[in-house]
Design a protein around this ligand. Structure first.
Ligand code: GDP
Length: 356
């Protein structure tokens, strides 16, 4: 079974899914979330506010080569809302909240305007990504092997189908080259720092999905562990995903916490229209597990959470907070410094929005 190394504390990388409309972003996310959302055993995929965490054990379960490896990341956090808007409005540390991305492209349709836009955005943000060349099951004559890895299903296709897939992958490689990216089919990439991996997938049949997950883990392990290290301790930092009225709770914030810890009673700094507010966390809420769906209160209260996670924050004075703005915890540090930090982050957001 895959082990998580105990020597280093590394937070879960945050992943966003981008691509053209109808190419399969939502289906891919649904397949990744899979039926094991209801699974209650250890290592089960868990639903968070605005996000889904797929633990490393769940990824390794579907992949025999991964099962023997040692990992120092706990899993992957997928932002539930696909698309450019979520990627670009959810900012953190002057960049995007997402550490990694999947660009979904319909292998039969090829690149469309929003695919190109997604690639340009990822280049601007210097976000590592993989391409999911989706809907391979639509290739004429494709034989479906549900949930199999790409290598397994590809080996079972006839030569004509294999050739067709190769041609379509090379069309994508050519298009990516025109846009200034070196790429290859993922199983032929030697250096992921120089080449983008293209994974043939079917969100409908699950083929190639384990390879996408493995590629993301590989990118995170190899190129991002410095960014992710130690981010599970210290005062929390997050981005407001949504501002929502909840019955009995008043105005609440759905927050993706990307750094540190957030606890009930913590003083937080958030941003409203033309003003910075400070308030104290009254409660932290998670969605209840599916098995407890009959309990009337749909949220479960927790005392403290660590990055990366999605959490609902209830606190006084949250009316007027704006989605896409930062949230920071004041702890030990000078409160004025934290306020300064939030103000400069907001200026940064406004400058970047004006640039786009
Ligand atoms: P989005 O707009 O990018 O989120 O695309 P959706 O996930 O909503 O998918 C658009 C349509 O394509 C839906 O009818 C899906 O069922 C279908 N679809 C998505 N992925 C696949 C796939 O891998 N194979 C096939 N055959 N259909 C797919």
């Amino acid at each position: 079974m895959a082990k998580q190394s105990k020597t280093s504390q590394i937070r879960t990388p945050i992943v966003c899914v981008l691509g053209h409309v109808d190419h399969g972003k939502t289906s891919l996310l649904d397949t990744i979330r899979g039926s094991s959302v209801v699974d209650t055993e250890a290592g089960a995929i868990t639903q968070h506010i605005g996000a889904t965490i797929v633990p490393i054990e769940a990824i390794a379960r579907g992949n025999s080569s991964l099962a023997k490896m040692q990992f120092n990341i706990p899993g992957l956090l997928f932002i539930d809302t696909p698309g450019h808007h979520a990627f670009t409005t959810l900012r953190a540390r002057g960049g995007s909240l997402a550490d990694l991305a999947i660009v979904v492209v319909d292998i039969n349709e090829g690149f469309k305007p929003q695919t190109i836009e997604a690639l340009q955005i990822l280049r601007n943000y210097k976000t590592p990504f993989v391409i999911a060349a989706n809907k391979v099951d639509r290739i004429h004559g494709w034989r479906v092997h549900e949930n199999e890895s790409f290598a397994t299903t590809f080996a079972k296709q006839n030569e004509r189908v294999q050739g067709m897939l190769e041609t379509k992958v090379y069309e994508l490689v050519g298009k990516l080259s025109d846009l200034g990216f070196n790429s290859e089919r993922f199983d032929r990439v030697r250096d992921f720092a120089r080449n983008v991996g293209i994974v043939p997938t079917s969100a409908l049949t699950g083929e190639g999905i384990s390879d996408v997950l493995m590629m993301l883990i590989g990118l995170a392990q190899r190129y991002m562990t410095d960014n992710l290290a130690l981010s599970v301790e210290g005062p929390g930092a997050g981005t407001v995903l949504e501002v929502k009225e909840e019955r009995g709770l008043g105005t609440t914030l759905d927050v993706i916490l990307y750094d540190g810890t957030l606890s009930v009673g913590d003083e937080i700094v958030v941003a409203g229209h033309n003003q910075i507010l400070t308030t104290k966390v009254r409660s932290l809420l998670k969605p209840r597990p599916m098995s407890e769906i009959l309990i009337e209160d749909k949220f479960e209260r927790v005392k403290s959470v660590a990055a990366a996670t999605g959490i609902k924050v209830a606190a006084p004075k949250l009316e007027g907070v704006i989605a896409g703005t930062p949230l920071r915890v004041v702890r030990g540090e000078n409160r004025d410094e934290v306020i300064e930090k939030v103000m400069s982050e907001i200026e940064d957001i406004q400058v970047t929005i004006a640039d786009e």
